[in-house]
Every structure is written in structure tokens, then in C-alpha cells.
Design a protein around this ligand. Structure first.
Ligand SMILES: [Zn+2]
Length: 391
């Protein structure tokens, strides 16, 4: 794969919420990783590189969906729809993290079956994914009867996620906390459904349950779609160390409350964004961008910090080497611009104004996956290979 250089970048969003905009206009990619970040002087260091002229648009890390419910391939039985994962890539998402595959028809609800499903699906999604997106599937659903040896076996086979606690037969903190402790020891990241039930068979989960169970992520703190109370959400922020997840399919009023409260407490670094799709709400290809726009335009989060909630924050929580524009990181990148007709003339301005930016390029592991999204409005400007004129 030849080196790739993106230059003439108008705004470079880092994905790091504490330093969200970089004063650089060029990113060099080698071997699927970001190799250097700097100015136009980088062009001479990579003489054989393909050069992408960003035409002054905004470049950001590829977005991460912290809460996806893939099933098998790019099909969901929940809403009987194909290509929903590929559609999300057209919304700027390069990484999707499963919060469990409860919609698999006939999903086995015993320990051996749950383990087998997790191993099977984690391998399937590693072997093949739409447009090369990073689909982290095979999130174990906790069922009664799982023991430490099961987690050891799954870890050896590459399983590293526990899907939302509450979906399976292990529900109470008394049952779940010992398994969460074991799972974390084997390197698993653990999600826990928070709030009212979303599908038959799952159970309401309170702030107290989250605090006593100790998951990595308090899933959909803003409801999925039914939320805990504001007092409970504040307890999760103050009394747990879990990531505070906000989903597109949640409760907007609670989104406002959580972002305001997390901001006051200096905890924006713990906020991550998910879609929670497919769900009863459906599939939302632009769901992560919609979260970013809502957080910025309605809740007052600076736009580049809102992007970090969909990139670097999530990568840190899940230990992924993506989501940040820095040397050594996987070269998962999106080019964004204000959509044609927006009151703003940059992507960050559009986000702050509540307009979905136009996704013009999506790059995964240094390879171009999408040119001109089929789902976002068109951007004012489209990056193009250097030397190429307007058609
Ligand atoms: Zn849930």
C-alpha cells in the first residue's frame, strides 16, 4: 500500500477532548498507520506518496459507535434490514463496538451456547466487514453457569467484550459483579444496560445496580429509550468510574442533563456516543453525527470536544489504537465540511449550528473506503487527489 498524505487541511480535529484542535494542516499515513502530523514540509519526506488535497475541509478521526447490535454479516433480524453497517460507514463511522447480539434468531441462553456465539461472531466480524470497517462483534451475553475457565477460553479465542448486562439471565449485581471482576481480569470491557427495559426479557437497571456491578460502560445513561432519573444519572457520574454513554436512541432531555452535569464536574472525558441500533427506533446511519451535533448545538459542548466524545474518548475506554490523530494510531480518518446551504462555512461551525456536516472521505487503515457519503448532505468542498481538476 503506498503512503498517503492528506494536506491543505482547513481544521484538524484531534479526537483528544483536552486538546481538540491541532495547529497542523498535513497528515502522513504509512502502512495503515498515521506516521506524522505537521505542515506542508511533510510532502518532501514522502516523495512517493499519493497526495490528497483536502481543499481546506475539516479532518477528524473516524467516528466510533460505542453501542451497536450487529447480528450476522450486514443484516439485522431486529428490523429485517440489510446494509445497515455499511450505511453507518457512510455516516463517518469507522469502528463499531457490539453491545451484544441479542437479536440472533434462536440465540442460545445457556452458558455453552452464549460462549460459542461470542467466539463465533467475534471471528466472523474480524474475517469480513462492510467497507473494511472495524466491527468488534461477539460481545458475550452473561448467562448463568459461566465460570472463569470460560472467560480464559474466550480471551484466548479473541473475545474481549461483554455485551449489555441485563440482556441475559445474569442480572442482579450479586450475580453479575463476580463475573465482571473475572471478565475484567481477562481484559474484557464490560457494558451494562442502564434504565428501563428496551426489549422483552431484559430488566430495568438502576444507578445502584451500576455502582455495585462495576461495568466499563454505563450503557445509554440517557435511556434506551427509557431513562433513569436525573438524580440517578448524577450518582453514576459521581460515584462510579464507568464511561457515561449517550445514545441516539435515548431520551434527549436526559442527554442535556448528563452533558451539563458531566461538564460541571469536569467529566466530559468520560462521555462516549453510541447509536444503539438496530433497536425499536431503527437504524440511524447518521446517528453518531447526530449525537455530535446535538451535544454541540443544544447542550453547549464545543464542537471539537463533541467529536472527541465520538472518537478519542471511546478509544480510550475500550483500549483501541484509533480515534485520535497522532503518530502510531491506526489511520481511520474522515473528511467533513459544512453542507451546501448551511449557515456555517466549516464543519465545526455546522456542528455548532446543528447541521449534519457533509462526509466527503472516509479512510480506514489508510485505505479510502468512501468518497462522498451516500447519506450525508454534500459538503461545500470535496477533497481530491493532488493535480486533479474539477470535473
Ligand atoms: Zn440496552
Amino acid at each position: 500500500m503506498p503512503d498517503l498524505i492528506i494536506t491543505n487541511i482547513g481544521t484538524l480535529v484531534s479526537g483528544d477532548w483536552e486538546n481538540p484542535v491541532l495547529d497542523c494542516n498535513t497528515v502522513a499515513i504509512r502502512g495503515g498507520l498515521i506516521d506524522a502530523v505537521g505542515g506542508a514540509e511533510l510532502l518532501s519526506r514522502y516523495p512517493d506518496a499519493q497526495v490528497l488535497d483536502a481543499m481546506g475541509v475539516t479532518v477528524a478521526p473516524g467516528l466510533i459507535d460505542s453501542h451497536c447490535h450487529p447480528c450476522v454479516g450486514d443484516y439485522t433480524f431486529r428490523q429485517k434490514t440489510a446494509d445497515f453497517l455499511e450505511s453507518e460507514v457512510h455516516g463517518g463511522v469507522t469502528t463499531m463496538i457490539s453491545a451484544g447480539e441479542p437479536h440472533f434468531p434462536g440465540r442460545p441462553k445457556d452458558a455453552a451456547g452464549a460462549k460459542a456465539q461470542a467466539i463465533f461472531l467475534s471471528k466472523c466480524f474480524r474475517n469480513q466487514s462492510p467497507l473494511g470497517a472495524k466491527i468488534h462483534g461477539g460481545a458475550l451475553i452473561l448467562e448463568q453457569g459461566l465460570v472463569e475457565a470460560d472467560f480464559a477460553e474466550m480471551a484466548r479465542e479473541g473475545v474481549w467484550l461483554v455485551g449489555e448486562i441485563g440482556l441475559g439471565s445474569v442480572k442482579s449485581p450479586a450475580d453479575a459483579a463476580p463475573l465482571v471482576e473475572i471478565a475484567k481480569r481477562y481484559g474484557f470491557r464490560v457494558a451494562m444496560h442502564t434504565g428501563g427495559t428496551s426489549i422483552p426479557g431484559s430488566s430495568p437497571v438502576s444507578a445502584d445496580d451500576v455502582i455495585r456491578t462495576g461495568p466499563t460502560v454505563a450503557s445509554h445513561c440517557n435511556g434506551g429509550p427509557t431513562s433513569i432519573s436525573t438524580a440517578e444519572a448524577e450518582r453514576i457520574i459521581r460515584e462510579s468510574d464507568a464511561a457515561v454513554e449517550i445514545v441516539q436512541c435515548g431520551n434527549y432531555r436526559m442527554t442535556n442533563f448528563i452533558l451539563e452535569t458531566a461538564g460541571k464536574l469536569g467529566q466530559w472525558g468520560r462521555v462516549i456516543f453510541g447509536n444503539d441500533a438496530p433497536s425499536g427506533t431503527g437504524m440511524i446511519p447518521l446517528g453518531i453525527l447526530r449525537n455530535v451535533c446535538y451535544a454541540s448545538s443544544v447542550c453547549g459542548v464545543p464542537p471539537a470536544v463533541a467529536v472527541a466524545m465520538a472518537t478519542g474518548n471511546t478509544a480510550r475506554v475500550f483500549g483501541l489504537n484509533t480515534g485520535v490523530i497522532a503518530p502510531g494510531r491506526e489511520a481511520d480518518i474522515v473528511c467533513l465540511d459544512a453542507p451546501i446551504g448551511s449557515v456555517a462555512d466549516t464543519a465545526l461551525g455546522a456542528i455548532e449550528a446543528g447541521d449534519i456536516p457533509g462526509v466527503t472521505y472516509v479512510i480506514i487503515n489508510g485505505r479510502v473506503a468512501v468518497v462522498k457519503s451516500r447519506n450525508t448532505p454534500p459538503g461545500n468542498r470535496t477533497p481530491r487527489p493532488a493535480g486533479q481538476n474539477d470535473a
